[in-house]
Ligand binder design. Structure first.
Ligand code: PMP
Length: 285
């Protein structure tokens, strides 16, 4: 079934939505994006994603002002027009098409290109919840401003391919011996009951799910330490997990071939997933 997508003010069948070959998103990856998950036809953590979008836009000096009401309406229209029950809504925003290729940013009156599309997925019954994910570690070769959610996703794609070639589910990236994050998620270990995840900075994306999960963990009296942890610490952890908008909280049971704890999904990850889903569903809009 063909989707109805949004492109610069219009709702169109996907085959009729066209973007110029001179669009800076295509020529320079001069673009940012957001992914919001949909459960039961409702948006999870919409506000957090909209606020982060504005931050990415501002960091890159793009000419775009997030209008929360308008953006919410577009998301809801896409849910309705595509009868989306469970899945994701992708939002892609580029600096637009100035008509020529030029490294220099175009004049501020160049209209940005805004695209939103839906993707159906089985998020709640992801089979990896029961088995847990296996990861390898790879050197983080992305650019240095990973806090901006740009569409420069080539290295994360390469890392996923390395994971696939190694017969595992994902890759955790490291820099100077310390884990930054997963290829498309934030990374956590648990040691002696303490949840450890890298502190915020330019080295990682400030996950919307991360913020919510850490808040819930703290209010459930769980101990949280935000600091860099090494690859060795990850391999010797009692348990591990990832968070992202589309996986929520997902257990990790193996790092670089080494089983963590008893090699089964851990109890901290299971508890956090339950709290996160309970609270997020209550607040879904
Ligand atoms: N880090 C990276 C590199 C990501 O791509 C993502 C998912 N977009 C995340 C972390 C998780 O962020 P969020 O919880 O906002 O989906």
């Amino acid at each position: 079934m063909s989707r109805i997508v949004y492109l610069n003010g219009e709702y169109l069948p996907e085959a009729d939505a066209h973007v110029s070959i001179f669009d800076r998103g295509f020529l320079f990856a001069d673009a940012v994006y957001e992914v919001t998950s949909v459960l039961g036809g409702k948006l999870i953590a919409f506000d957090g994603h909209a606020v982060r979008l504005q931050r990415s836009v501002d960091e890159l000096g793009m000419n775009y002002k997030v209008d929360m009401d308008e953006l919410l309406d577009i998301h809801r229209q896409l849910v309705e027009r595509n009868s989306l029950e469970e899945g994701m809504i992708y939002l892609q925003l580029t600096r637009g098409n100035p008509g020529d290729r030029d490294f220099v940013y175009p004049a501020q009156d160049t209209t940005p290109t805004l695209v939103l599309f839906t993707q159906t997925a089985n998020l709640l019954n992801n089979p990896k919840i029961n088995t847990g994910m296996k990861v390898i570690t790879v050197e983080d070769q992305r650019w240095a401003r990973r806090d901006i959610k740009t569409t420069q996703l080539l290295f994360p794609s390469m890392a996923k391919m390395m994971a696939k070639a190694a017969g595992v589910d994902d890759a955790w990236m490291f820099e100077d011996g310390a884990i930054t994050e997963g290829s498309s998620n934030n990374a956590y270990i648990v040691k002696d009951g303490k949840i450890i995840t890298r502190h915020l900075g330019n080295e990682i994306l400030h996950g919307i799910t991360r913020a919510a999960v850490l808040k819930f963990a703290k209010s459930a009296q769980m101990e949280v330490e935000e600091r860099a942890f090494t690859v060795e610490e990850a391999k010797n952890a009692d348990e591990a997990f990832i968070t992202s908008a589309s996986t929520f909280v997902m257990p990790v049971v193996e790092v670089d071939g080494q089983a963590l704890g008893d090699g089964k999904p851990g109890s901290v990850a299971a508890r956090l997933r339950e709290i996160y889903l309970d609270e997020s569903l209550k607040q879904a809009i």
